[in-house]
Design a protein around this ligand. Sequence first.
Ligand code: DX5
Ligand code: ZN
Length: 216
Amino acid sequence: MVKIAPSILSADFSQLGKHVKRLEQGGADLLHIDVMDGNFVPNISLGFPVIKSIRGLTKLDFDVHLMIAEPSKYIDEFVKAGADFITVHYEAETHLDRTINYIKGLGVKAGVALNPATPVSQLKYILPSLDMVLIMSVNPGFGGQKYIGYSTEKIRELKTLIDELGCNTLIEVDGGIDKSNIKTIKEAGADIIVAGSAVFKDDEIEKNITQLKGAI
Ligand code: DX5
Ligand code: ZN
């Protein structure tokens, strides 16, 4: 069963607590939290205090997507803030193997995100160590962008590689996903679908989640 991970980047931050509760009640499977530093990506979003402030409001797993330079410096703080999954970008981490092992050593699930232009083959050796690979289907930094078509081929390629290696790494896909393309993305091999604007559209969180699940 494919899981839906709403991205709180598209929430109304003045209503964040209420929105988190509505997401849980509306059928979200995990909460996708986009952290941006204004350096790795050209946008700044949120950090530790915000994550801590919502941790007590929901039982949903926190899926923390770090779009930050030198993520290894901040792993301890994200674990303390309540992360259940921590995903670092391939393009932002020089010592990926070390950082992944560090995250897992803290008892948290570890993921690697790939920018659209980064080939899946870069992960060949590290894949069995990963709990998740995040295929970015837009250039990271902003919600509400258009799905990049070749991402579907990357999902298929990753799925084939995972099956060949016999590992149980999850495939997450993030960016530009709505009810028009979610089925194709699932059929390509996605296990977790991130959706921001499609979930928060018209402030109809519950209806939008139901429609996304219905479209699969
Ligand atoms: C983009 C973020 C995404 C984004 C998804 O950098 O990683 O999680 O918020 O938003 P939509 O679904 O609107 O593309
Ligand atoms: Zn994200």
